[in-house]
Design a binder for this molecule. Sequence first.
Ligand SMILES: *Cc1c(COP(=O)(O)O)cnc(C)c1O
Length: 422
Amino acid sequence: MNEYQFIKDQDPEIYATLVGEEERERKGVELIPSENYVSKAVREANGSVFTNKYSEGYPGRRYYGGQEFTDIMETITIERAKKLFNAKYANVQPLGGAAANVAMYFALMEPGDTVLGMDLSHGGHLTHGHPTTAINKVFNFVRYKMKDVDTGEIDYEALRQVALEHKPKIILAGFSAYSRELDYEKFVAIAKEVGAYTVADMAHIAGLIAGGVAKNPFDAGFDVITTTTHKTLRGPRGGMILIRENEDIAKRINKAVFPGMQGGPHMNTIAGKGVAFGEALTPAFKVYVAQILKNTKAMEVVFKAHDVRLLCGGTDNHLLLADVFGSLGITGQEAETVLDEVGITLNKNMIADETRTAMDPSGIRFGTPAMTTRGMKEREATKLAEIMITTMQAKDDSAKKVELQREVQTLCEAFPVPEKFV
Ligand SMILES: *Cc1c(COP(=O)(O)O)cnc(C)c1O
């Protein structure tokens, strides 16, 4: 049966785009490290009747009637989130990672207060105070960086000096373009010294933490974790805030999300989060995230064998950053375009201490969460890395690119996008 039967009958224009997107997702290799394929169960929840319901407030304390099922469902989702991350409190209503961060800032600070976060050019995210964001007009952002871009080690001594000088209210760990583990204990020690909250934005690596293959910042004593739910965690597009143990912080976070920032929560998405968290609690999910790491390691080996410079000197997580301009003489934009031609999707990326422009930087960023969901293992990761390098070397050779595109297609046909993970 066609799963989009009603759309097909009623709205051929939108239907055509759905069919196109489904085919696009199936026939190319997705290496954008922030993307993934969710289960059919998650999509059913996301497309469910819960989209009809207004549920402003929290379970047991709502502004509208008719909450007998939403209350049960949101409570289940919260309990699963707490279990996954070993948190005492969870707010599952943020509409995305950006919304979660904005609510967190307002919960923990007053306008004009200071956040100490990762330098954006060294891996930090837009929502960590990029000049073009609204939040940058409200709070003051100061930065720490890597000490050595070729090992990825954070300059904790400089971080401490900046903290002592600027007295931030929040010390923020977390990134979207960085491939090493952080020393969370050091963040906590410095935060104690200056009286700051510790917040980890784990948007990219939440799945790795939930599955036990990356360190949980709560184990080192972090106060708060913000995250997306749709990256390695493999849930619907959305956000979440976790609080380790402090009830006062939890109350302020809840108020900041609603009514502070948002109106009615998207209950259909919360149901999708609940289903995804249920999946993440299974042993199969641990196997999945362990394979993500094995696959990025396999790719790292190939890139190193070809003397391609990797930022941070390699990877501990689900992603890699390669200086393709410095190593292969192809710009990040050119690499993105030529890889797209052979069916490999990834993104250009600025590298630390970039000398080129944001629109045509030196690097590419790629990762393995989505290809691992398709069941690809080290052998396929190795093959893909080799195809990537050959493609970048043969960027002007049309015949070669056709050949490479066929190889990618064969690989995709052998690893269809799955619908069930448990
Ligand atoms: C992806 C990401 C976000 C933003 O998430 P959205 O759901 O796109 O708003 C925030 N922080 C980090 C570190 C991210 O990687």
